[in-house]
Design a binder for this molecule. Structure first.
Ligand code: SF4
Length: 471
């Protein structure tokens, strides 16, 4: 029986693997392959050396650009040549998939024998069927057959991302070592102009398909997988079902407009005490710019409503937009003062707020794809707001997202091209370490000087070479 393993460079435990990996493993097993997970996040490159390399196919799950730094350490630990062109016919096939490489695979393409762009269920079963020990024949065949498969040895002119209409393979029953997760929807209904999810078509699983699987999780907590679960078209009936079967939904990251009174009421009944509100702009003007045209008054009204139902609210704002100015920041301050004053006036309310400010990362393929990276300008402006709000109100936290250097690197890697491959090799020779994401930020600053024209890649002048891929 041929064998395949999936490596997730972030998951530290088997039950932390993302749903996309679970779907791939399930598809492979149904195609009569032996398929398992490989845990790599063990802290040091030496420990990674314990990994096995006897698989026919080794797949990397790459949904976040910072995972790219772990490709070279892992390939080195397998004692495999780093580049596809240098591997022999006896080496395993090394491949990758996931949202990061789907939007722009070119920075890391040469490390892989092939990269699958888009939804695995659309083509993986056919790819596995074509598998042959004659590695070269196999790669040539899949390059010729699928326009969603990038094979660096047999490059195509253009690629088309695979989008499956039927996402029911995201409805997996409980299993040992699998996170309890049910896929409600893929893609996003909203059109935020910086976000890759806005260009991926929105698809849902029907409630009648979800219920028999969800039933098997009762009575337990289950993650509802979707970009904005509350905008799932049968969300309230779904919560009713959860309530009836004593299933506790988790993982609610929301857009303000999805949190309507009936949804909020149900969330309260289910004791869902926490919600994350997705990225907003400081001011009406900035929200227009990112495709969230919500007025200052409606934002205040909406947050005042939500705080009556949800005791812990995390709200994320974008700070670094090219035109941000002091008026935007002051509007943000006034908005929050209104919401928090209202909270303090109502005796029974004690909602805790956690505001986060994140630099904008305008993703390839989106309307804002050529926006430049903006340095910390807004951060110093917002610092005065932070001090003022913390002075006036209790139960408010306000922080800037973890590391500017880390976000900047993510931005850079999301736009890169083939020339980046030497950058990863050089970085590894300088820091021969497997990176924990948590400790990565401290080191990342030192990577910037390594042979990349950083200013070009962060600027509005960058050539959108990723247009060779279409969604
Ligand atoms: S930012 Fe959130 S709401 Fe907007 S398109 Fe992306 S996933 Fe959807």
């Amino acid at each position: 029986m041929p064998s395949l393993t999936i490596i997730d460079t972030v998951a530290r435990r088997e039950d932390k693997f993302p749903l996309g990996c679970e779907i791939v493993l399930d598809l492979a097993r149904k195609a009569s392959w032996s398929a398992d997970k490989t845990i790599t996040d063990k802290g040091t490159a030496a420990k990674i050396g314990e990994l096995e390399r006897d698989y026919d196919i080794i797949g990397f799950s790459l949904y976040h650009q910072l995972q790219y730094f772990n490709i070279v350490p892992i390939l080195s630990s397998f004692s495999l040549p780093l580049l596809t062109y240098d591997r022999s016919k006896d080496d395993p096939i090394i491949c990758a998939g996931g949202a990061a490489v789907t939007s722009n695979p070119f920075p890391v393409a040469d490390f892989f024998d092939f990269i699958l762009l888009g939804d695995a269920e659309e083509v993986l079963p056919q790819i596995l069927k074509l598998y042959s020990k004659n590695k070269d024949l196999f790669l040539r065949r899949i390059a010729e057959t699928f326009d969603c498969v990038l094979v660096p040895k047999y490059p195509g002119e253009r690629y088309k991302v695979a989008i499956t209409k039927d996402i029911s393979s995201g409805l997996l029953p409980p299993a040992e070592g699998r996170q309890p997760k049910i896929e409600l929807a893929r893609g996003c209904r909203f059109n935020c102009s910086f976000c890759l999810q806005s260009v991926i078509p929105y698809r849902e699983n029907s409630l009648s398909a979800i219920v028999p699987i969800l039933y098997q999780y009762a009575p337990k907590s289950v993650f509802l997988s979707a970009n904005t679960p509350a905008s799932y078209s049968e969300f309230v009936p779904l919560l009713n079902y959860c309530q009836q079967e004593r299933i506790y939904p988790r993982g609610l990251s929301e857009r303000l407009s999805s949190l309507k009174p009936d949804v909020l009421e149900k969330m309260r009944e289910l004791n869902m005490i926490q919600a994350n509100i997705g990225i907003e702009g400081y001011s009406e003007r900035l929200r227009q710019m990112i495709g969230k045209p919500i007025s200052k008054d409606s934002l205040i009204r909406k947050l005042c409503l939500i705080q009556r139902y949800i005791p812990i609210l995390s709200v994320n704002f974008i700070s670094h937009l090219p035109t941000v100015n002091i008026d935007d920041v002051l509007e943000f301050k006034e908005t929050m003062e209104s919401v928090l004053s209202q909270r303090d006036q109502e005796e029974e309310l004690n909602t805790g707020y956690d505001f986060t400010t994140t630099p904008l990362i305008a993703r390839p393929h989106t309307p804002m794809e050529l926006y430049p990276y903006v340095e910390e300008k807004a951060e110093s402006l917002a610092d005065s707001v932070r001090i003022s709000l913390l002075d006036q109100f209790t139960s408010v936290k306000m922080k800037f997202s973890m590391s500017q250097a880390r976000r900047k690197m993510e931005f850079l890697l999301s736009r890169g091209d083939e020339s980046f491959r030497d950058f990863f090799i050089k970085t590894y020779s300088k820091y021969p370490t497997y990176y924990f994401h948590q400790t990565f930020a401290a080191k990342i600053k030192n990577c910037f000087a390594d042979g990349l024209d950083v200013d070009y890649w962060l600027s509005a002048e960058v050539h959108p070479h990723w247009h060779r891929i279409s969604f």
